[in-house]
Design a protein around this ligand. Sequence first.
Ligand SMILES: [Zn+2]
Length: 323
Amino acid sequence: MTRGSVQREIVRKKFKKGPAVEIPVATITGVKDGPTFVFMAGMHAGEYAGIKAAQKLIQSTTPGMLKGRLIVIPVISTRAFMMRNMQLSPVDQREVHYYVPGSPDSSYTEFQVDVLWSIIKDATFLIDTHAGEFAQALMPWVPVPMVGTRRTQDASVAIAEGYGVEYIELRRARERIPGLAIYLAERGIANVWAEIGKNGLPTPEDIALHYDGAVAALQTAGMLSGAPPRPKHKYIGNRRVAINAAQSGVWYPAIKEGDIVERGQYLGELRNYFGDVLDTYRAPFRGIVLYYWSSSAINHRRRPHGYDWHSGLVSIASLAEDD
Ligand SMILES: [Zn+2]
């Protein structure tokens, strides 16, 4: 890419066993040399705050202000986006975040991840934006995959430290880190996945948290001028529990995202169609509600590829101060 240029394209690749993958990409190449930084959004198609932050980044970044190259992908899963599909691929019901490049013939989602990798593979830094889906009320926080070399981990943490969110999570349990984030970190790409926004609502505040976090990260990388902000953060701990329903029903949550719940605290109940209580749920330990399903409809039987997306009720993490 020539210095001092802006390029926009829709990368289009035909999958032989299904529909084409189409990914919009804006590449802004600075007038001065520097690293390559990827900002991407819309992997999960109803997570809109990051998508609008990506658009703002494309509109507001010029080659004249930039050292290095900024690649912005406003919507990774365009097919899901235009179908208003939640979380899982509308083509094969897979969860994009947990697949890695290298098996493009296996499924549509793996083909899509392969196409994505061809766009982002030269990055030194990467921000992947997420949020709560339509059915999911989520508190803003920035998880960091603590895998790869110490140097990569430090660079990933430095990206997270510029975000204006209350909580950062240094996630070390490998089995709980999305596969793509591990894949990137182990190839020396410092990365975070920022969870900001909820219920498919792109509020100005959440868009700003994503956008300002990206600008701070570009400053941290030395690609934009100015000192990045370093707000004080609290830390999410290592314990995690996903409270899931063991049967289908109508969900009555009694907590909110960001609530700190005590051990044994009542979280809500599941009722049948007539309103009789089927089950009640309590917190197994003191922790913070990262998100809960705000959708009343809980379908225990719908588990595509084993995902508990439709039977999830509450996700609770410990606080680092309690670990
Ligand atoms: Zn997501």
